[in-house]
Design a binder for this molecule. Sequence first.
Ligand SMILES: [Zn+2]
Length: 368
Amino acid sequence: MPQVLTARDVTTLLNSGQAIPEGALLTPTARDLLEERRRRPDAAYHAAAPAALAVVAPSPSAAGAAIMATVPDYEFKWTPGSDPKTPAEIQRFFTSPRLEEIKRRMCDMGRRLWLKDFTDGNGGNITVRVGDNLVLCTPTLICKGFMTPDDLALIDLDGRQLAGNRKRTSEALTHLGIMKRQPAAKACVHAHPPHATAFAIANASVPSCLIPEAEVFLGKIGVAQYQTPGTPENAEEVGRIGVDHQAILMQNHGVIVWGKDVEDAYWKIENLDAYCRTVAIASGLGTGLHQFGPDKLKDLIDLRLKLGMPDARAGLKECELCDNSELRPAVVVPTSAVAAPAEPPPDADVEALVQRITDEILRRLAAK
Ligand SMILES: [Zn+2]
């Protein structure tokens, strides 16, 4: 029988500088503890058990558990009905270690958005749901690349600010429009990545069935009709589209995505902009775009569902799956079709001279 280690066993081993024994099984709490230690750069885990997760168990099922243990889960979970109520409770919750960790991760993702040129000026915003009626959000008028945890605000699902020194972003309403309707949306990121935004302003639908990873991680890309940013109308429109789409082009504006945690959502912005960039480049090659077809898309939708991401296409028939994009590839003129230089326009003086000569010849012929 393999040895089963609880969180307390793991703590004792790591604190005494010992490695996790080969073949040992970990309880879920022990696994979480190891993950937490691995995430923290100062953790004893690194010195004591650098390869522990790779050698946890010999049996296939236990090996599966070991693989699961190597996938960190940053989703913020809470007990329904447990939201803090009084101002003092809310303040305590807002400055608790759990929320400080989420705030740091939001600042990290903001930095990555800015470094990737996905936001400009004070553009973009980030939210993370942390309760039945509680959401952390970025403040208004701040560059996402240089936020600190103290800049973030706590709001309810109607957008009322509950804590934080800086005023929340007006575009939080758009994020809340999604979160109110789609409980799986635990984090939203809005940005203006140039390639995806180019599709949004050109009113070009993004074609599907081109790159498998995009189908798995983005699902079908939604389009929200233009509404003024920060208004209830925009929240209504984006929220409506967000129920069935994790990645949304906001017409004439930018994109918004949602995920189970803030990094998951951030990844989708990267995926979306990379996809749009690649499609734009490919459409300029002049050969047309090769789609892999609905039967293959079905496999990818199944994979997406297995990874825990909802997909409204799951119930559709194959013939309804690969939409025909209206994207028109950029026109590339082959060299053989390049027209010869056009003839120069006729000179008016020469025309008049030819006419006079012709008239004179005709007059003389008639006089004979
Ligand atoms: Zn915006």
